[in-house]
Ligand binder design. Structure first.
Ligand code: 13P
Length: 357
């Protein structure tokens, strides 16, 4: 599927009217057919922190080489339908000089772009944030489209604490997500809408469910108010899960059941795809949870993955910033991508973790 070829059609560059069918086709190409999304859109400070864990300096060249390792993994296109890029990466090329966006598109992997500018303190609401990046977004989307991006990502961050989140915080973030999504659809770009309820804290799974319920409620009300076409979005939610330092953490079956209950209560059937973030789960947990949910079957949407750390952490660890480990890093990514694709189909088995791929 050569979405990149659309770049060269002048009518595409002039078009500002949203196109429901095309948005829906892109969304399904990202998460249909057992595929999922590789989130490789770490900002420069964030990738710097990741590289620091393997004692690797973060330079434009090292970031290019690392992303090249991920994207050129042999066979990856069987499992990955979209890759989220950071601004710098969208402007970079393979070592052979092929722009990453074109390289991915030629493989049938849709390039996307992170467009928010980060979660900032919400004035008057201590401990809460609102995500920024709406100013100038229309023009940035036009440029990103020309550079080959066919979907975008915006991440809202909801913190759980003693007296938070407030309803106001969830509404402010829901409205920002909806304004972003409407602008994306106007530019013929599929918006990934990500209202992330953080796992940080000692809260129970029941508290996570209550907050995720409220965050999704605020989001879908705002999407409706802003006339966002649900057939042309991907929802990227957190799973409903115990806080990372909770005393008694819920097991996989409970996480899967609570997450599905929450999604079924809030996500209309015309949303084509839901692709989870991993949010601090281990790579193995993120795969197992997704698999259990898909094993229940009969879901109205594609239930897939858009993992950052749960796909990349094993690859980063195998690579260690060393050229000699390039193929080992690719093998580690391949394994996680394949396992998550199996989990998308509900065909994974935890025994596979110890078998060679
Ligand atoms: P994680 O899977 O590491 O949570 O990252 C996904 C992502 O893109 C967050 O915006």
């Amino acid at each position: 599927m050569a979405f990149f070829a659309m770049l060269r059609r002048p009518d595409w560059l002039e078009k500002t009217r949203m196109n429901r069918n095309e948005l829906n086709a892109v969304a399904l190409a990202m998460v249909g057919n057992g595929k999922g999304i590789l989130a490789a859109d770490e900002s420069t400070p964030t990738i710097g922190k990741r590289f620091a864990t393997i004692n690797t300096e973060s330079t434009e060249a090292s970031r290019q080489r690392y992303r090249e390792m991920l994207f050129t993994t042999p066979g990856i296109a069987d499992y990955i339908g979209g890759v989220i890029l950071f601004d710098e990466t969208l402007r970079q090329s393979t070592s052979d000089g092929v722009p990453f966006a074109k390289y991915l598109d030629d493989l049938g992997i849709i390039p996307g772009i992170k467009v928010d500018t980060g979660a900032k303190p919400l004035a008057g609401f201590p401990g809460e944030t609102v995500t920024e990046g709406l100013d100038g977004l229309r023009d940035r989307l036009t440029e990103y489209y020309e550079l080959g991006a066919r979907f975008a990502k915006w991440r809202a961050v909801i913190n759980i604490g003693a007296d938070i989140p407030s309803d106001f915080c969830m509404q402010a973030n829901g409205r920002a997500l909806a304004r972003y999504a409407a602008l994306c659809q106007e530019a013929n770009i599929v918006p990934i809408v990500e209202p992330e309820v953080l796992m940080d804290g000692d809260h129970s799974i029941a508290r996570c469910e209550e907050v995720t319920d409220a965050a999704l409620d605020a989001l879908f009300s705002a999407l409706a108010e802003h006339k966002v076409v649900l057939e042309g979005i991907i929802l990227k939610p957190n799973m409903v899960i115990s806080g990372s330092v909770a005393a008694d953490r819920a097991g996989p079956a409970e996480v899967a059941a609570a997450t599905l209950r929450c999604l079924q209560a809030h996500v209309p059937a015309n949303v084509p795809g839901i692709a989870f973030l991993s949010g601090g789960q281990t790579a193995e947990e993120a795969t197992e949870h997704l698999d259990i949910m898909n094993k229940t079957g009969d879901l109205p949407w594609e239930l897939s993955f858009s993992y950052g750390r749960a796909l990349q952490a094993p690859a980063l660890d195998a690579w260690q910033g060393q050229e000699d480990n390039f193929a080992a890093g690719q093998a580690a990514l391949f394994k996680r991508a394949k396992f998550n694709s199996l989990a998308h189909a509900g065909s994974f088995d935890t025994a596979m973790e110890s078998a060679t791929v």
